[in-house]
Design a protein around this ligand. Sequence first.
Ligand code: MN
Length: 442
Amino acid sequence: MNAHDLKTWLTHLDERGSLKRVSRSVSLRHELAAFSHKADGQTALLFERTDGAPMLVAANIACKREWYADAMGVAPGELLTEVQRRQEVKIKPNVVTDAPFLHTVIAKDIDVQKILPLPTYHELDGGPYISAGVFIAQDPDTGAGNVSIHRMHALEPDLFGLLVLPRHLKGMIRRAAERGEALKAAVCVGLDPLLLMASQLVLAPGEDELEAAGGLRGSSVDVAPAPWSGIPVPAGAEIVIEGEIPPDERKREGPFGEFPRYYSPAGEREVFRVKSIAMREEPVFYSIVAAGYDHLLMGAVPREAGLLRDLQKAVPAVTDVVLPLSGAGRFHCAVQIRKTNEGEAKSALMAALAAHYDVKHAICVDHDIDIHNPAQVDWALATRFQADKDLFVVPGAWGSRLDPSAQDGVTTKMGLDATAPLGGLDGHFRSLRIPGAEEAEL
Ligand code: MN
């Protein structure tokens, strides 16, 4: 299934019985989130009416791992290797002049809560949010494009507070500020799952996620200039909110329930001043409940593909990698290897812990362990691991600011080597097998 926009994807989900319509009016305050949470991991939802701005709201559109494979047109077992293969391919976007989102353009008297149905998610959240706004910006020095998701707290009719962690967009804001300029950005709400996934790829600064999205799709992404900034944005977007991030303005953003299932506290943060809102004739707003499957999988799958690439560069014996959802899809990492030399497991673990700041605890297991099955990983830890020689700890490493046990993003990392000694799987570590057990039918 090659869905080039959210509506095509929703139709596809509907045809395979994976979309439920909610026709009665739901409240944007907690109720929409509660319904989404209830259906999480099972079905996509399309809310037809809310008590806010009249607009369709989609949720849970990417809440199953196999849906990402479906969107890529591959079997679920091939997802990671295919993302890994296709992320090496960059395809430049194709510029078009007309796009459905140019149907309605609002450029004055903007009041975001009158125009858009903005949900309030968790109990202690600071207010209504856009949780799935995809920022598209251009580097003030090089012009290189960047695509990234940042939470947006509706603070004033035309102003959002933002959380911008120290990655690519942060650098662009700083470089614009050094010129005394605000950074312009276009925020797309309502995109297809592959574009959302591309926004979460771990790329080097200067690499454009829109080109990576073309690679994931296998064809170029159509882009059209957004009406206020001229920034090329995906032509299939439902809603495009444009504005700027001024260099010196800060407002109190948060708290906000985040992916580790804790509140990220309020703080003085960057703001986004809205200048224009463009949208389709009947747009679909996209809502992500933080820490839900959309949020976790969208982050985990592209990170896993990046990790697999980096790990195999360091240790070719690595065969698979997963960031289990039980570890918030970021903090725990299981690595599978087909050992050819002693020491490979520890090297793979060091590579995993260094490859991404979010990876905090990494475990390495042999190729006979299904790393997607936590019970098997647990069994390897129970039976192939001795803490005095198979464990190492790295204090004071770069970690996640959203991990409440880390200190200002400084964390302690741990590697666990739960592999048998080389050759052990045929000897001392030979596991039980009952001949005929696989074929037996009662
Ligand atoms: Mn980037």
